[in-house]
Design a protein around this ligand. Structure first.
Ligand SMILES: [Zn+2]
Length: 147
């Protein structure tokens, strides 16, 4: 057969048969298997249920896996935290003022409240390095601002 470009790496290779569209490189085989599983999960409810049961069983046998993963990968945990906040905001039905619970579904629903409430009022901004005089500032909440 004539060489064709691999769907994973775009490098030309000689397929063994007409159905082969990925080369044998491990990266491309992983991509092929991942694509197959995504399609199988989307189209086969029994397979998806079996995978979910298998995942739950594995997680029950490895209860500290995600805690350990987050402590081993703090940058990924921080990234996921930010992305989760964006997902929560996207899921929020509408903006009905400052007291609207925007973090439904996440453990620390009122985590930002003490910070925002604690920063309202008059403060002195005192420079520690730059040579300038202290400045009195006033921090107020803007109605309708999600914070
Ligand atoms: Zn390839």
């Amino acid at each position: 057969m004539d060489p064709i470009p691999c769907l994973g790496c775009s490098i030309f290779f000689k397929p063994r048969n007409i159905l082969q569209s990925y080369c044998s490189a491990p990266f491309c085989q992983r991509a092929r298997k991942a694509l197959w599983q995504r399609q199988k999960l989307a189209n086969d409810p029994e397979y998806a249920q079996g995978q979910q049961l298998s995942n739950n069983k594995w997680l029950a046998n490895n209860p500290n896996y995600w805690k350990g993963y987050r402590s081993r990968n703090p940058e990924k945990a921080a990234r996921n935290c930010v992305l989760q906040q964006i997902r929560n905001r996207a899921k929020a039905p509408s903006d009905k003022g400052l007291d609207t619970p925007r973090h439904v579904g996440i453990a620390k629903m009122d985590a930002r409240k003490p910070l925002v409430n604690g920063l309202l009022g008059e403060f002195w901004l005192v420079p520690k390095i730059a040579k300038m005089d202290a400045v009195k500032i006033f921090i107020a909440a803007i109605p309708g601002d999600p914070g």
